[in-house]
Design a protein around this ligand. Sequence first.
Ligand code: HEC
Ligand code: HEC
Ligand code: HEC
Length: 329
Amino acid sequence: MRTVLLTLAAVAALGLAGAGAVVTFGLYNVSAQAGHLPGVAWLLHTTFRNAVELRAPAMDKVPPLDDPDLIALGAGHYASACAFCHATPDGARSATARAMEPPPPPIDEAVAHWKPNELFWIVENGVKMTGMPGWPVKGREDEAWAVVAYLETVKADAAPPLPGADAGAAYCRSCHERIAGPVPRLDRLSPDYIEAQLENYRTGVRPSGIMSHAVSLAPPESFADLARELAGASLPDREVAVTGDAAAGRDLAGRGTRDVPACLACHGGEDRKGPLLHGQPEDFLATQIRLWRDGTYHHNRLMVAATRDLEDADISALAAYFASLRAPE
Ligand code: HEC
Ligand code: HEC
Ligand code: HEC
């Protein structure tokens, strides 16, 4: 028995010494041009597939993905954040992307063998040691689902056209003046508020993978000009048909508690402390209120206090109420 143990220990020590030598003397060739040794690529890909299958959320956690606004938002993000590696559905990958090891597959191949819950896991987490990035912030599953909504249209061969990915105000407009649903309108906000939010996205104080990516394409010196230009747009009121209980929302918005003023005290009148919420899309409002309530956002003490005790039904009622309001003259 003792001899067996000693032999095993010796073999283990030799193995460790061998691995140590590979690391210390640089014996393993990390060249992307050399590719992986036979078998290694298979090993890595099988590990990847099984890891995703194990960790992806259950299929019944997949939200509805057929909302055109959600798909358009995912497409807008895809165009500037993913297409330079995976190409557009009808485009070709750059020679440099193809030279990666492993190369990012063209997007129609990349989505083909994954279910939506698995695509969600990949978009949210990325894939270690491949170049496939994870979502830039934590706690924003809602945003990763928007990208999955777009990827599902690629799978079904029904993808909408992608906007151009040039930076500047036109790029911002491609989402903010074209898409409702999860995307806020900016024309009713003050330039100061817009600029402060751009800074919050840049520093991560307000976590959003979509907006932190978008602001990283614009130099901070341009924030003031962008804010003035986008706040100054005059867009028509949208026809809104809300789904939540707007009447219940009106009561809640005017109520407040002993410790916290009513929503309307800060979001209603002339000298309000917070941004105007009137006519913002219902989905956007519901998501934002939920992010405050759940503690994903905590950059404003008053908003944390005002939302702490809201039930899900209160949130959808409040979102419906503010979405149905016209902007004050
Ligand atoms: C820097 C390049 C790069 C960027 C940017 C990138 N990816 Fe990837 N992606 C990769 C690589 C490399 C892989 C891994 C390929 C492998 O393991 O075979 C991958 C894998 C994937 C896969 C799984 C495909 C498979 O079966 O291997 C999907 C789906 C995917 N990416 C979607 C996206 C989406 C959506 C975005 C944007 C949010 C994105 N990628 C951004 C490089 C990139
Ligand atoms: C791919 C679509 C997309 C693009 C492009 C985009 N945005 Fe956004 N923007 C969003 C979404 C979605 C949100 C909501 C994010 C959140 O949850 O905080 C948002 C939020 C904002 C907000 C916060 C508004 C509020 O009511 O608090 C500002 C300000 C903003 N964006 C400005 C810009 C500017 C400036 C650009 C161009 C540099 C830009 N956006 C580009 C989708 C986009
Ligand atoms: C004491 C003032 C105050 C009260 C009360 C208040 N808010 Fe706010 N709210 C703010 C401020 C200030 C912000 C901007 C915070 C920031 O991002 O800097 C804000 C942000 C928001 C946003 C994000 C808007 C956007 O465009 O991004 C929503 C939605 C919101 N509040 C809803 C509500 C609701 C619903 C209530 C009532 C339950 C409420 N607020 C109560 C001050 C208040």
